[in-house]
Design a protein around this ligand. Structure first.
Ligand SMILES: [Zn+2]
Length: 359
């Protein structure tokens, strides 16, 4: 880590996150609708500059809440946490040990799906093309890109996050993308795979991506879709709210707007993700409609060792049962949502326009 971790003061109850030092505990934080709260004025929206928002969800123990822009529908965490506070949301254990994050079988599936995604995302890129993965983490995608013969670079906020990353990748440990001081117009493709929603400065990040891409280069951003069927049906239970780590919640239209304002042409939207969307349905439905601990299924799959057993034995069996019965239904729902262009997560592919007068 480049930064020092200081005292945590991001709450009415200032010791709250400190007590939740295990990342699994952050997943269980309670989220409730702020249905009757009146609109309020906040800092300008990074997409549309509007300052009026509707409070949408309150987060247990935190002063900050999720508010929604009245103009473009962007959800955000407000008041925004400082850079130092954000670091405290990611204890080293968040990233798992030695480059693995999940139980064995799930980890294998994650790698297979990543390889499939890498193939899909880099169609048409010539061998040897330079690809940058922003927020590369333990490098699941980096490895898949390197396997396809690309020159791979990754940036990451936390050194601990990159443990076990593929040695073929050039890594830059840096708090913000711009701080990596990478050369202008040097990449053929830049990927932000479920990273953009974690960043405190979406507009500055898009500007920097524009600077780093070669003219005609592509930017691929995958985020949870705040305007999705899953987000709207499960409300406060939506798995991808992930407070306080997800600082922004993009309806797909707001993401496109931000890209188009900054010199990109949006080429495609993909609404189906086998890796993300079916699981999101099962976990969000459990969060919304059952009394089981919030995000418990995720925590159960996320545990770092077989000896560590979260929850009571009956609860663990209920989670497993819900997973087995729920996943087939969830796959069907995910296909329907994708056909309706309402996918729970969305991948937007945009090209740095050649006629843009931005640098
Ligand atoms: Zn807005």
């Amino acid at each position: 880590m480049l930064k020092e971790r200081g005292a945590i003061s991001f709450a009415v109850d200032s010791g709250y996150i400190a007590r939740m030092s295990k990342p699994t505990n952050l997943y269980s934080v309670r989220v409730t609708p702020a249905s009757d709260a009146p609109p309020r004025t906040v800092d300008p929206c990074p997409v549309c500059q509007t300052t009026t928002v509707d409070p949408s969800f309150a987060i247990q123990g935190l002063e900050s809440e999720i508010v929604v822009c009245q103009q473009c529908g962007l959800g955000r965490f407000s008041p925004a946490p400082s850079a130092e506070q954000i670091g405290d949301f990611y204890p080293d254990e968040y990233y798992g040990d030695t480059g693995r994050k999940f139980e064995g079988l799930v980890e294998t599936l994650v790698r297979i799906v990543a390889a499939r995604q890498a193939r899909f995302l880099t169609r048409g890129l010539p061998e040897g093309a330079r690809v940058l993965d922003v927020g590369c983490g333990r490098g699941v995608m980096l490895r898949a890109f390197a396997d396809r013969g690309f020159e791979v670079h990754g940036t990451e906020y936390s050194e601990a996050a990159t443990r076990g990353a593929d040695p073929r990748a050039t890594l830059h440990i840096t708090p913000r993308l711009a701080d990596a001081a990478l050369p202008a117009a040097s990449f053929d493709q830049i990927v932000l795979w479920h990273v953009f929603e974690h960043l405190p400065d979406p507009r500055e990040t898009v500007e920097e991506i524009h600077r780093l891409l070669k003219p005609g280069g592509k930017c691929v951003i995958a985020v949870p879709n705040f305007s999705s069927l899953q987000a709207r049906l499960t409300g406060a239970g939506w798995f991808h709210l992930d407070p306080p780590r997800h600082l922004f919640h993009f309806p797909v239209t707001a993401l496109r707007q931000l890209l188009e304002q900054n010199g990109f042409d949006c080429l495609a939207e993909h609404h189906f993700s086998l890796r993300q969307n079916p699981f999101g349905w099962v976990q969000s439905a459990l969060n919304r409609f059952s009394a089981l601990p919030r995000n418990g299924l995720y925590v159960l799959l996320h545990r770092s060792s077989q000896s560590e057993k979260p929850f009571s034995r009956p609860q663990r069996w209920l989670f497993r049962l819900a997973f087995l019965l729920g996943m087939p239904i969830a796959v069907v729902l995910s296909v329907i949502a994708a056909i309706l262009r309402q996918g729970a997560t969305v991948t937007v592919v945009a090209r740095r326009s050649s006629h843009s007068n931005l640098n």
